[in-house]
Design a protein. Structure first.
Ligand code: UT7
Length: 347
């Protein structure tokens, strides 16, 4: 069945997955911020019972960047946002909404977006956070697209910012070798041409929530001496379980989004997967039968920076002159929730 807005809606899955056939929303600028301090695998060998060899072969990570003690997530987001505004020669007054995707907010409330708003001195535009684990940046693009297309916003400043080092247990070798800190910001607005979001696919399964979560500090398990003693304010993850779901769902999401776009894997110019583990990335690339040169990776240099990983990859490709007008970019992510999503985008 076709609706009046050009969306194809056939069944439950299709309702969550819209193929847009007319107006498009595009990224008009990107800004990223990565804190300068680097923690190498050799540094980690001195902290926990691990080895450079194990980390590289099991994850693909060589080093990660960490924020310093004085920084909060909004500080990273602020820097990325300023760079995105500068790149577009825009002021914050030209933006109608600040949307921050994060799982490591400055405070439970107000939102990190409001702290960013304060830093940008942008009073009276709406600002809020979106929590969708590592998939948050793609969820944010999907939400922003619809706000722009329905006329609520002209421009959205979307920031994926994460400061995971402050919620990581540095004594737990199973998690502390994985994560890094970074932020990536984009400005989204209506496209004057064919470039922009062509299609997307997004889903979640809360039944699997406790395979990757922050056990304490919320209303389920408020902070107490006991929760602190047990280290429940740190990331808890059943890594090998998460791994299996990530491989399955990222493959499915990518294929569904491509189908909605009327495209095939061979039409993809650049595949940008969430950078959680090189083995997940390679398995997904193989499922899509993509040659390795089309699969972008930078996990060796940053580790898993959650919502910042896709904008960081995009900006590296852009700054390296590798994005050409008309290129088809497939973005794909999986994270806590579980959540997963893919977007097909024409540059
Ligand atoms: O971004 C959101 C989504 N997150 C993800 O997608 C992460 C998904 N999971 C993963 O990337 C992988 O599961 C990990 C990298 C976290 C772990 O790799 P794995 O191959 O699944 O290892 P495992 O957890 O099954 O552990 C295998 C062995 C265990 O030892 P035994 O029981 O076989 O003796 C672990 O204790 O590796 C051990 N191990 C380590 N050894 C050295 C776990 N962490 C380490 C470590 N160094 N850092």
């Amino acid at each position: 069945m076709q609706t009046g807005q050009g969306y194809a809606i056939e069944d439950k899955t299709m309702r969550m997955t819209m193929e847009k056939t007319k107006r498009r929303v595009k990224i008009s600028s990107i800004g990223v911020y990565v804190p300068p301090k680097i923690l190498t695998n050799a540094d980690l060998e001195k902290m926990v019972d691990t080895s450079d060899e194990w980390i590289i072969t099991r994850t693909g990570i060589r080093e990660r960047h960490l924020a310093d003690e004085s920084q909060a997530t909004s500080d990273l987001c602020l820097e990325a946002a300023r760079r995105a505004l500068d790149q577009a020669s825009l002021k914050i007054d030209d933006v109608d909404l600040i949307l921050v995707a994060t799982s490591s907010p400055d405070t439970l409330f107000p939102s990190t977006a409001c702290w960013v708003q304060k830093g940008l001195e942008a009073t009276e535009i709406p600002a809020f956070d979106l929590s969708a684990g590592c998939t948050g940046f793609l969820y944010g693009m999907i939400v922003a697209e619809s706000l722009i297309l329905n006329g609520t916003c002209r421009r959205v400043l979307l920031i994926g910012g994460e400061l995971l080092s402050k919620i990581t247990n540095w004594k737990d070798r199973a998690t502390c070798v994985l994560f890094g800190d970074a932020a990536g910001a984009v400005i989204l607005e209506e496209s004057p041409d064919e470039s922009g979001i062509i299609s997307f696919f997004w889903q979640a399964d809360g039944r699997l929530a406790d395979l990757l979560y922050l056990p304490a500090g919320g209303t389920r398990r408020p902070a107490s001496e006991e929760t602190v003693r047990q280290g429940l304010h740190y990331i808890s993850m059943k890594g090998n379980e998460v791994f299996k779901h990530a491989v399955r769902r990222m493959g499915e999401a990518a294929l569904e989004a491509l189908k909605r776009a009327g495209l095939k894997p061979e039409d993809v110019t650049h595949f940008i997967p969430h950078q959680a583990n090189i083995r997940i990335i390679e398995a997904t690339g193989e499922r899509l039968k993509l040659p390795p040169e089309k699969v972008y990776t930078n996990i060796d240099r940053y580790g898993n920076v959650s919502v910042a990983s896709i904008p960081l990859c995009l900006e590296e490709l852009r700054a390296g002159g590798k994005l050409k007008k008309g290129d088809i970019i497939l973005m794909d992510a999986f994270g806590a929730g579980f959540t997963w999503a893919a977007i097909v985008y024409r540059w």
